[in-house]
Design a protein around this ligand. Sequence first.
Ligand SMILES: O=C(O)CCC(=O)C(=O)O
Length: 202
Amino acid sequence: MLRADFFERFGMLVVKEFLDDETCRRLRRAVRTAVPTRAAVWNKEIGKIVDEDARRTTRAKVTKRIESFVERRLLALRPRVARHFGVTLRGVQTPQFLVYGPGDFFECHSDSNPDPNAPRYLQERCVTAVLFLNGSRRRRGGEASTGGGLTFPGLIEEPRLKSRGFPVQAEAGTLIAFRSELAHGVTPVSCGERYTVVGWYV
Ligand SMILES: O=C(O)CCC(=O)C(=O)O
């Protein structure tokens, strides 16, 4: 795994300590007590479906209060995100709270789809923000998970490295933002639970 800063050289925005440890702990608790649902994917032929060959992830239905709290924090970052990516952003879609248990993963995909037949929420996505609520290594007693790397394949043009995925090693509270069309996935979690929040700037 590579430290989050490494990804800045590919134009990504990395914000360390976007949330403090106590807030991450509070959000993890909120996620654990929320109603769990199986996260879906969008399929061109079928529409929105749960397809566990492509994605095995739990989406936690947290309270509106928790959802709005994270949404406000993401909105506060919007001017910096817009400047960084050189785009105009008018808002952020409702963030999704995700949990990956052992064996859970998300195949390589992109978050936006320019196809005029795709749902509007996919057409509109411009920048994806992934917020890590726990880390991939133990730090100050935080609950860490292993495996479950947010991975970006094809970052390096060199033929030998082109097909290789580069997984991020992030700490709790770190946010990483990238253009929504960029291919990414989450490798299977091997141990513990991995908690993230994903938001999309439009
Ligand atoms: O949980 C993550 O790290 C990424 C989730 C993701 O790729 C997505 O929701 O599109």
